[in-house]
Ligand binder design. Structure first.
Ligand SMILES: C[S@@+](CC[C@H](N)C(=O)[O-])C[C@H]1O[C@@H](n2cnc3c(N)ncnc32)[C@H](O)[C@@H]1O
Length: 327
């Protein structure tokens, strides 16, 4: 299934299924012996979606170790564990208060220690998928968390968690809109305050946006950010055409193994490969102070084995940036 300009999805199809996949990996990461994360909502949400492959992944009923290796399962679980931890810490550090030391970037490596004064009380989770941070993080009083995703994704999570009796630990405001459309207008209409500093996240999102939509997204974030705002994003490095072709082939090979296990989903058809602006450099040129950590740094910090850096998909990196107000 290839992408089109106005395509839509639920959590079992197209880009929506990627939200279920990463939630399944979070569930699996949460059940490890020495877990880096604890997401008790991931497994029930994945079960509720009802795609057997994802349910098996979430509940630990995985195939043989050889199959797992071929499907990239343990790599996916480790990378989702460190990614989730990175974004959790980003939000908690933002809510705790501005960093007084470090390189100026807002993020786990430089903030937290030395926090002073009140932190942000407004967060926006772009492409929230089955992310349950609004429900599971220990938010301070007065915290408002906006979640943006496509209508069917938003409705499913809201209704499913309400059905389980789960209540957000903050004021959660769900905004059902496509991030290629006027999402900033929808966010404002939902009560977003552009005068208040904001913690933004774009986790597992950029590759699913065309390059121009990515630029528009970063422009809108900058436009809506008061001084003291922060943003965290996971990024795939730019790579040569040859490396991109290799990546596409690997994704196809992985998809074939998944098909054998009953899942018909090829990431290569869902992401927009090709040239795009590097998000950190783009934000830097728009007045943000940017810091970054590679996935291998996060894996090492979490006591997990590092990945082979030859493969572009293993060169993921995570940026956190803070905004002083000078565009
Ligand atoms: C890989 S999932 C990540 C979900 C979540 N951030 C997480 O890490 O669990 C990608 C998410 O991006 C959302 N998404 C991608 N393109 C979008 C668009 N144009 N508008 C709204 N949501 C979009 C999908 O619906 C999906 O929930």
């Amino acid at each position: 299934m290839t992408r089109t300009d106005n395509d839509t999805w639920d959590l079992a199809s197209s880009v929506g299924a990627t939200a279920t996949l990463v939630a399944a990996a979070r569930a699996a990461a949460s059940r490890e012996a020495d877990p880096l994360i604890d997401d008790p909502f991931a497994e029930p949400l994945v079960r509720a979606v009802g795609v057997e492959f994802f349910t098996r992944l979430a509940s630990g009923a995985l195939p043989t170790p050889d199959d797992q290796a071929a499907m990239g399962v343990s790599r996916m679980i480790d990378s989702m564990a460190v990614r989730t931890k990175f974004f959790d810490e980003f939000f908690l550090a933002g809510a705790a208060g501005p960093a007084t030391s470090g390189a100026g970037a807002a993020g786990p490596a430089t903030s937290g220690a030395g926090a002073a004064g009140p932190g942000v009380r407004q967060a926006v989770i772009l492409a929230s998928g089955l992310d349950a941070r609004a429900y599971r993080l220990d938010w301070p009083d007065g915290m408002v968390v906006f979640e943006i995703d496509q209508p069917e994704v938003i409705a499913f999570k809201t209704e499913t968690l309400a059905g389980y009796g789960a209540a957000p630990g903050c004021e959660r405001r769900a905004v059902a809109v496509d991030l290629r459309d006027d999402w900033a207008g929808a966010l404002r209409a939902a009560g977003f305050d552009p005068q208040a500093p904001t913690a933004w996240s774009a986790e597992g999102l950029l590759g699913y946006l065309p390059p121009e939509a990515q630029d528009r997204l970063l422009d809108a974030i900058t436009e809506l950010s008061a001084p003291g705002s922060r943003v965290a994003i996971d990024c795939v490095p730019r790579s040569s055409q040859e490396k991109q072709d290799e990546s596409r082939k690997r994704m196809e090979a992985t998809a074939e193994h998944w098909r054998d296990q009953g899942l018909d989903l090829n990431f290569g058809d869902l992401v927009y490969l090709g040239d795009r602006n590097e998000p950190g450099a783009y934000l830097s040129s728009h007045g943000w102070q940017v810091g970054s950590a590679s996935i291998n740094e996060l894996l090492s910090a979490g006591g997990r084995a590092t990945f082979d850096e030859d493969e572009p998909m293993n060169q993921l990196y995570y940026i956190s940036a803070s905004y002083g107000g000078a565009r």
